[in-house]
Design a protein. Structure first.
Lengths: 487, 487
């Protein structure tokens, strides 16, 4: 089918850009940045050109006209390719260009404003980006409110109202759990024996663990970057990165576990469909469910460390006299931090609830840009009990808005919710639960492979969760998990 | 100028392929090879498409018509772009496709034939490739013999007769020098104190040396591969590789010195002209002159080691009681090996002379393919005094023919000749000679930068040598160098 051939070609282009982008983050010499940007821009132009071309449209229309619906996967692929094509082509060239300039200016302005903790210089940029976001939403179309159209770009088939319902449901429990966790943690002052934990030993330990949970090193690697990430350079080429602190080996390890969760999803997608929706991840909320599952449900569990802590003690001699219980308390420490990226499992979602509510009001026009700092601080005080010391530790902390990434934040908490629901469903199978009890995770991975990865993007996220767990997305399992771990 | 913009775009495409190719050699996971080949094929098609397009032709013609010859660099750029365009477009699409299939089949057949040391199964492939090479030569055109047209692809402006003249001139001296060197070496049985020379220490030592000769690590790196190479990922992004033997630290070091020689050339090319002939290396023979200069004239010299040997002794404790004289004798060891890639400085060129003569006779039809093994063994015996034990150690040892690379080998010895002529010319300047005496090489690099690198490909190789040294290419300096070191 010609349109599928075009989709595979697009994947070759995009994955080439991924190779070049990976090298940019890992090994690029300092002076090479300018030309590297030219290479990425060229590939991105070719990808855009191809995926919005008349030939693409024609091939897609022909395939749609010829499709009799008898092949579920094919029909799903065409439906999703249509969705992506429409999202890309409904925007005018003028708007895309304006958006690109505005984001580029905004990113610089944001970095500068954050540095000086001065929201007023970022405010006009945010105003512009909000206007562009509303224009996009109008062109894409939406059912209830413009925010729906933005959210749909990251978590398709989910409505703002549906997310708000989940978040509202969680809110009281999250406040109770986080407050309890922080109080308990403060009374125990958990800590780790001092370093150094040598980087080479961390690398060896992390690689052993990644391999044991099923990450395939014949089809992937781990390298070092300032900010950990996972990227796909081909159907059998998944690159993870992490960063190392000599004072705390768990920092690099949880980076690896989180990114390996993303990587296991990518390695589990149907290889032969690489470049087609059926061979692609479905959404950020599902992707994050995989990373959070391996990071938190597996990597922070007692069962996991009953097996791995003796190995850690053999690797890092300073752990020898440090008991497992104290180590677990360290892993489960909780603190109210003003900064999202430093937040722990017990307090993280409060940061997301705040951002989601603010974004929604900003996009709908109910919250004026000039009032964002005050609204942020008020919400923050309500959720955390104190106000951030300045905007740098408040509404200026995240890069997302400056890149026009409105609608993104919610997927972090959707990922947390999904991770718990999936983990609980898998654990209902006795064989999987027994294996998990012995820190054997391949049966769990196998279940995720069949229930989640194998579907690619043929089902909407909510359908996928229902198909995998038997119930619609719900916060029950997640709140139960948090309560049992933190209260 | 539109044609120059197109040339820069082509450089973006080709350098993107270089990033992807570099990663393929350094960090590619095992299972990722198939998709990687798709990425490289896609980029190579785009490069071919662009550089042979009607638009390219039109822009080039327009620029040529508008050129009044008043700007030397511009005129040279247009002349060289014309040369490349004609070489690419004079071949028919049918021939290019046939060539690609034939080379691909031949490469597999060669690997298999070499494995089993059975020339007969490779012979029909070589026959086909020779036929294609003659067809190409006819389409490209030549003055005296078809081999001229093949050579011109690697060393432009050089004729077969001119190369033959140089090689014939060298032949008696080379035989005398190599025989003397091998005899002297055999009587001293030079060796290095046993390893291990730890890889991390080698890396540190090599990087110090590379930096000291001027390799800019802000615009380049050194990584590890089975076969050392140098590749250009952008005007300020030059990647070297080497390989490590724990038993001999000089193996990785000379890999680095050789590749750094290539890299210094690439780093010295005019950055703003990246993608234009004036910002590109001119030929393989000049490129190899830079690698051989740093490897042999600098890296195997007494002056170099008078400075660096104490550092090596500090780095590798087993060298402590091993005197510099013995170490130099180890570096200058010579042996008649049947295998070119294992050959030392004193015997290397004999391998090239043999191949050049055989290739020339094969292409002209004076040597039938079926007679190649016998002719090889006869020539080999004449030059080295013994015949290789089998074709695997004889006419099947090199990959070049199986890739259709007829005409390539000569550039290795041209590089050696050029390296000596350039090094001798630089050394005539007292300040450079004084600095070299103290193992300070930045004045030498500066001279090479101005005399060689800065010209890009605006001069033919022979013109470049004359412009840099004041005389036409000659074997005098090279033979003098070999005699002084080995006799």
């Amino acid at each position: 089918m010609p349109i599928f051939e075009k989709a595979r070609e697009l994947a070759v282009i995009n994955s080439s850009a991924a190779v070049i982008g990976w090298d940019q983050e890992t090994y690029l010499p300092e002076a090479a940045a300018k030309h590297r940007a030219d290479q990425l821009a060229w590939l991105s132009s070719r990808a855009h050109e191809l995926s919005t071309s008349d030939a693409w449209r024609r091939d897609l229309e022909e395939a749609e006209a010829a499709d009799d619906g008898s092949d579920f996967k094919k029909t799903a692929n065409l439906r999703e390719m249509r969705r992506e094509f429409d999202r890309a082509t409904k925007l005018t060239v003028e708007l895309v260009a304006r958006d690109s300039v505005a984001s580029s200016l905004a990113k610089h302005a944001w970095a500068d404003a954050r540095e000086r903790s001065d929201f007023s210089t970022f405010a006009p940029h945010l105003e512009t980006l909000l206007g562009i976001a509303r224009e996009k939403a109008d062109l894409w179309g939406y059912a209830d409110e413009p925010y729906d159209a933005l959210l749909d770009g990251y978590e398709r088939g989910t409505s703002t109202a549906a997310v708000a319902r989940l978040f509202d449901e969680m809110r009281p429990s999250l406040r109770e759990i986080s407050a309890g966790a922080v109080e308990h943690s403060a009374s125990h002052a958990p800590s780790l024996p001092p370093g150094p934990y040598p980087v080479a030993a961390q690398q060896h330990f992390n690689a052993r663990i990644a391999a044991s949970i099923g990450f395939d090193f014949d089809a992937g690697r781990i390298d070092t970057t300032t900010h950990p990430f996972c990227t796909t350079l081909g159907p059998r080429d998944i690159r993870l990165t992490t960063r190392y602190m000599e004072s705390d080996f768990t920092s690099s390890l949880f980076g690896v576990l989180h990114e390996a969760g993303h990587g296991l999803y990518e390695q589990g997608l149907p290889q032969d469909d690489f470049g087609l929706p059926s061979g692609s991840a479905v959404s950020l909320g599902i992707h994050e469910s995989q990373s959070r599952l391996w990071e938190n449900h597996v990597g922070r569990s007692r069962e996991f460390w009953e097996h791995w802590y003796p190995v850690a003690q053999g690797t890092f001699p300073q752990l020898a006299g440090f008991p497992l219980e104290k180590f677990l308390r360290y892993l489960w420490r909780a603190e109210f931090s003003p900064i999202r990226v430093e937040a722990d499992e017990a307090t993280y979602d409060l940061h997301i609830l705040l951002r989601f509510e603010l974004e929604r009001r900003m996009v709908s026009g109910k919250l004026a840009v000039k009032d964002v700092p005050a609204a942020w601080n008020e919400s923050f005080r309500e959720l955390f009990g104190f106000a951030p010391e300045d905007d740098r530790h408040g509404c200026l902390q995240d890069i997302h808005w400056s890149m026009g990434g409105l609608g993104y934040f919610a997927t972090y908490t959707l990922g947390n919710i999904n991770s718990a629901q999936l983990f609980a469903a898998a654990g209902k199978q006795q064989a999987i639960a027994d294996a998990i009890g012995k820190a054997h995770y391949l049966p769990l991975l196998d279940w995720l492979g069949k229930s989640v990865h194998a579907h690619g993007a043929t089902l909407d996220p909510a359908e996928l969760i229902r198909s995998a767990t038997g119930t619609a997305p719900s916060t029950d399992a997640y709140l139960a998990h948090l309560k049992s771990r933190y209260l």
